[in-house]
Design a protein around this ligand. Structure first.
Ligand code: AMP
Length: 386
């Protein structure tokens, strides 16, 4: 299948070519025809599958046909980074269509976003909290809305945004097409779907299995040796960009500091950063000047950096869903990637769940020459004087 099959307008096709897409990804070839028929669609697909273009292209095709200057498509994103990335995809694919978009999220001045909105945009990519501010202040009108997209709905739920979503929905009174994308389908999302989607079709890509281009390995190690093992891996492995996940923000900071002291160029992302600090941290990682990013699950949401070759789970993720999300950052579209997971004795239950998720049990790796028995500092055996 190629993109010609969809009969996109030449101005939309020009955007597809500008981004160098030649073959639609599975979510695109399955979801786009349904979206273009006007159906409500549930897309079960993780990031890295090409899901953004799967909804952006039909939106561009639809909106270019009639009136301009009013918000006719609303895309709700859980994070600012995802909102920015979605806008980038819209700007790239829509570069020849004259359609305008705006990203609306908190942490930055409202003035610029408002000015852009007033200048007349057709597509708004928003984070829930800031959109509600706009709606309360009547700074945005959704009365012309035709398409609503709820992106990464499961993340939205994890981050406690579902009440916001319901509040936003109360402002959208007339019939519209609704598209919901999610990597997983927790019960709360299923309830939301029942309430707001009309006769939806579900398009499921590879169930919730991680992208096939990723190889998985477990690295058994004692807790206190994790940073030493991480450095050893970074020193001996041919990597491009590396994303390291820790369970807590304190640990993300500490591991990043330990790596900095070891002479590595590294940055960290955790929930406490201001928007400008997040941006600064991400810019270096995106442009490749910093190759290692240490982050927590929440802080890493929405990060789309194509050159991520390795995801290293410094701490085992809390659930298989979290594992899928973490490793969705590597092996994007036709690239391959590696997922390395440090495991300790206390992770046995989670390892079992992970083994059930994957097609075949992940390989267990022990590094040659690595001192796995080194005691924790302060726990060295006493050397008794003779
Ligand atoms: P997404 O899942 O939307 O985050 O997309 C992941 C990455 O795949 C993005 O960098 C897209 O630009 C890229 N992509 C999306 N569709 C295609 C396609 N048909 N061919 C090649 N790359 C694509």
């Amino acid at each position: 299948m190629n993109f010609e099959t969809f009969n996109f307008h030449p101005s939309v096709m020009a955007g597809v070519r500008a981004l160098g897409y030649t073959t639609p990804t599975p979510i695109q070839s399955q979801a786009m025809p349904l979206i273009m028929q006007g159906r409500d669609v549930i897309g079960l697909a993780q990031t890295g599958t090409g899901k953004t273009a799967a909804f952006v292209l039909p939106i561009l095709q639809r909106l270019r046909q009639s009136s301009r200057g009013r918000v006719r498509a609303l895309i709700i994103s859980p994070t600012r980074e995802l909102a920015d990335q979605t806008c980038e995809v819209i700007n790239g694919l829509g570069s020849k269509t004259d359609l305008q978009s705006v990203a609306i999220y908190g942490g930055v001045s409202m003035e610029q976003q408002t000015r852009r909105l007033r200048s007349g945009v057709e597509i708004a990519v928003v984070c829930p909290g800031r959109l509600l501010d706009y709606l309360w202040k009547r700074n945005i009108s959704l009365s012309d809305l035709e398409v609503l997209v709820i992106d990464e709905a499961d993340r939205m739920f994890d981050m406690g945004f579902l009440p916001h979503i319901r509040e936003i929905l109360a402002y959208i009174v007339h019939t519209r097409q609704t598209l919901l994308f999610s990597a997983t389908m927790p019960a709360a999302i299923r309830r939301l779907v029942r309430g707001i989607l009309h006769d939806p079709v579900t398009v499921q890509i590879g169930h919730t299995l991680p992208a096939r281009t990723v190889s998985h390995a477990l690295y058994p190690v004692q807790q206190h040796l994790k940073t030493t093992l991480l450095k050893e891996i970074l020193d001996t492995t041919n990597t491009d960009s590396v994303l390291v996940f820790t369970r807590t923000k304190h640990r993300a900071e500490r591991v990043a500091q330990q790596l900095v002291r070891g002479g590595y160029r590294v940055t960290s992302l955790q929930g406490d950063l201001s928007q400008s600090q997040r941006r600064a941290a991400l810019t270096g990682f995106r442009n490749g000047s910093i190759k290692i990013l240490v982050a927590t699950d929440i802080a890493a949401r929405g990060i789309d950096v194509l050159s991520i070759s390795h995801v290293i789970n410094y701490d085992m993720p809390e659930s298989t869903d979290a594992y899928i999300h973490r490793i969705g950052r590597t092996g994007r579209v036709d690239k391959s990637g590696e997922a390395l997971t440090f495991v300790t004795n206390s992770d046995t239950g989670k390892i079992r769940a992970l083994e059930q998720l994957l097609d075949k049990p992940p390989e267990r790796v022990r590094l040659k020459g690595f001192d796995y028995a080194k005691p924790a500092p302060g726990k060295e055996p006493l050397l008794l004087e003779q």
